[in-house]
Design a protein around this ligand. Structure first.
Ligand code: FES
Length: 148
């Protein structure tokens, strides 16, 4: 049911933990399943490159695997490039997720956006394409699920 990559990232998640004095922190949850994800970003103010990224996820295995992969995908990228790390990109990198687990990857995308939003707010900058994130991805989830 799960790809080898999903199992690998679930069993050996990368970048677990917290970053002290992070440049941006984002927390999102899904009221329906009760899962919560928090992403920490360490961003270079000059280059806007994400030097480090860590996560804490209180959630299902797919949420752990998608947060782990999402942190790997944004590390070393600029904030603008990190905007391209969508839930689809994360799922592709994991060789797919079962349909009922697609919402878990949305949590990863939204948590990154929330952390970028926090960074943008603190530095008074605008990141193209970034809107104020939802704190609960369950709102509007139906539309998102219909897209797949
Ligand atoms: Fe909710 Fe996976 S079941 S994030």
């Amino acid at each position: 049911m799960y790809s080898e990559k999903v199992m690998d990232h679930f069993q050996n998640p990368r970048n677990v933990g917290e970053i002290e004095d992070a440049s941006g922190v984002g927390t999102v949850g899904n009221a329906k399943c009760g899962d919560i994800m928090r992403i920490f970003l360490d961003i270079d103010d000059e280059t806007h490159i994400i030097k480090d990224c860590k996560f804490k996820t209180f959630g299902c295995g797919a949420a752990v695997a998608t947060s782990s992969m999402a942190t790997e995908l944004v590390k070393g990228r600029t904030v603008e490039e990190a905007m391209k790390v969508t839930n689809k990109a994360v799922m592709e990198a994991l060789d797919g997720l079962p349909p009922v687990k697609v919402h878990c990857s949305l949590l990863a995308e939204e948590a990154i956006h929330a952390a970028l939003w926090d960074y943008a707010q603190k530095h008074d900058i605008t990141i193209e394409g970034l809107d104020k994130p939802k704190s609960d991805i369950h709102e509007g989830e139906e539309e998102d699920e219909e897209a797949y």
